[in-house]
Design a binder for this molecule. Structure first.
Ligand code: ARG
Length: 417
C-alpha cells in the first residue's frame, strides 16, 4: 500500500500541481486539507477540485473560531505586533494549519505532511517547525522547495500537460495570503521599495481619499483583554472581527506598507490590510493604559516584542510561548471595559476609554477644587527623589550640558588619578 501524505491545499495552481507531483515523485497517496480561516473562498469547489486532480480524500474545515480564540486573541492580549506595524495575520494562521495537518495525518495514518511554501519565506519555517513540535515523527515535504526552477509558466505547462485545471486569471501579479486578521500582499511591482502601492492591491480598504468625509465611531467592549462587544452588542469573536474589517475598511483604516526583516535573513517589502486588527490593537492598548500600572505596562511592552518575534519566527508551539502566554494572561485580569474609536480617512483614533477597575482617578489628577492629592507631601518626595542628583552636583560639579550657569566643581572635589 502506498504511504499517505496530507497536503495543505488552497485550491490554487501551485498546490494543485503539488497533488499530482507528490503522487508521481513520491508515489504517495495525497489527502488534502483546506482550512477556512476567513478568506471567503469557494470551499466546495476547492474540495471538488482536489478530488478531480487526484487526491484520495479532501478535508475542508472551518477553523475561524478556533483561529480567533486560540491564536488571534492571545496575540491581541499580548499586544504582539511585529516590528511595530504588522499584526501577524499570516504568521498566526500557519501554526493552526500545521496543527490541523497533524490531526488529519494521525486520523489518516499518514507518514508525512506537505505545504506549498517556497524556500525563501517565513511560512515554510512556521509549517515545518510547528509540525515537528507537535509530531516529530512526521516528515515534511515542500514540493515548491524542490522545484525551485518551476516558475509560473512552467507550472501552467505542467498543469496543462496533466489535465489540472488552470485558473482563468493566469496573470497573477501578487502573492496574497488572507485570513480574518488581515491580508498580506507581496511580490510583483511591490518589490520596488520606492513605488507607492497601487490601489489594485487592496481589497478590504477604501483609499482614505475616497473614504467618507464624515467620521464614524465604534465602541469596543473588552473582558479580560478579549473583545466581546461591538457598539454595545455582544458579538462572537470571528463575526466581531469580520464586521470591524468592513466598518474600518470603509474608512480606509488598516493599510500597512512595511520593509520587513524576514527570519531567513532577507529584507522584503510587505503590504498588509488589517482594518479590524488596527482598531483592536489600538483599543486594547488604550484600555491597558487605564488598567495597568506604569511598571506593568513597561514590562509588558518588552514581553510583547519578544512574543511578536516568537510568533513571526514560527515558534508558536514551544514551551517558551506557553510561558509568555501565562504571563500575558495574568496581566489581563483587570483589562475589562470599553474603548471608543473614531474612524476617519485612514486613521483610527482612540477618543474615549473606561474600565471597571480603572486606575485613573480624576480626584487625584484634577486641577479643579475636587483635588485630593496631598501637595505638601510633594516637597518631601522631591527632596529625597532628587537627593542623588544634588549630591553629585555638590561633589563633582554640574552635568556637562548644564549650560552657562552650571556650578564649577568645588576645589575640594578633585578627581583622583
Ligand atoms: N511577510 C508576512 C509574514 O511572513 C506575510 C507572508 C505572506 N505570505 C504569502 N504567501 N503572501 O508573515
Amino acid at each position: 500500500m502506498p504511504k499517505k501524505i496530507v497536503l495543505a491545499y488552497s485550491g490554487g495552481l501551485d498546490t494543485s500541481v503539488a497533488i499530482h507531483w507528490l503522487q508521481q515523485h513520491y508515489k504517495m497517496d495525497v489527502v488534502t486539507l483546506t482550512v477556512d480561516l476567513g478568506a471567503e473562498t469557494e470551499l466546495a469547489a476547492i474540495k471538488a477540485k482536489a478530488l478531480k486532480v487526484g487526491a484520495v480524500a479532501a478535508y475542508v474545515e472551518d477553523a475561524r473560531d478556533r483561529f480567533v480564540q486560540d491564536f488571534v486573541w492571545p496575540a491581541l492580549q499580548a499586544g504582539a505586533v511585529y516590528e511595530g506595524v504588522y499584526p501577524l495575520a499570516t504568521a498566526l494562521g500557519r501554526p493552526l494549519i500545521a496543527q490541523m495537518l497533524v490531526d488529519v495525518a494521525r486520523r489518516e495514518g499518514a507518514t508525512a505532511i506537505a505545504h506549498g511554501c517556497t524556500g525563501k519565506g517565513n511560512d515554510q519555517v512556521r509549517f515545518d517547525v510547528s509540525t515537528h513540535a507537535l509530531a516529530p515523527e512526521l516528515e515534511v515535504i515542500a514540493p515548491a522547495r524542490e522545484w525551485e526552477l518551476m516558475d509560473r509558466a512552467a507550472a501552467i505547462a505542467y498543469a496543462r500537460k496533466h489535465g489540472i485545471p488552470v485558473p482563468v486569471t493566469v496573470d497573477k501579479p501578487y502573492s496574497v495570503d488572507v485570513n480574518l486578521w488581515g491580508r498580506s500582499i507581496e511580490g510583483g511591482k511591490l518589490e520596488d521599495a520606492w513605488l507607492e502601492p497601487p490601489e489594485e492591491i487592496y481589497a478590504w480598504t477604501k483609499s482614505p481619499h475616497d473614504a467618507p468625509d464624515e467620521a464614524a465611531y465604534v465602541e469596543i467592549g473588552f473582558e479580560q483583554g478579549v473583545p466581546v462587544s461591538l457598539d454595545g452588542r455582544r458579538t462572537g469573536g470571528a463575526s466581531l472581527i469580520q464586521r470591524l474589517n468592513v466598518i474600518a475598511g470603509e474608512h480606509g483604516v488598516g493599510r500597512i506598507d512595511h520593509l520587513e526583516n524576514r527570519l531567513v535573513g532577507i529584507k522584503s517589502r510587505e503590504n498588509y490590510e488589517a482594518p479590524a486588527a488596527t482598531v483592536l490593537v489600538a483599543a486594547h492598548q488604550a484600555l491597558e493604559t487605564l488598567t495597568l500600572t506604569k511598571d506593568q505596562a513597561r514590562f509588558k511592552a518588552r514581553v510583547a516584542q519578544e512574543y511578536a518575534d516568537l510568533i513571526y519566527n514560527g515558534l508558536w508551539f514551544t514551551h517558551m510561548r506557553d510561558d509568555l502566554a501565562a504571563y500575558v494572561a495574568s496581566t489581563q485580569r483587570h483589562v475589562t471595559g470599553a474603548v471608543r474609536v473614531r474612524l476617519h480617512k485612514g486613521s483610527a483614533a482612540v477618543v474615549g476609554r473606561k474600565a471597571v477597575q480603572s486606575l485613573y482617578r480624576k480626584d487625584l489628577s484634577t486641577y479643579g477644587k475636587e483635588d485630593t492629592f496631598d501637595h505638601s507631601a510633594a516637597v518631601g518626595f522631591i527632596k529625597i527623589y532628587g537627593l542623588p542628583t544634588v549630591t553629585q552636583t555638590r561633589a563633582q560639579g554640574g552635568p556637562a550640558h548644564g549650560g552657562v550657569n552650571a556650578p564649577k566643581p568645588s576645589p575640594k572635589a578633585k578627581r583622583s588619578k
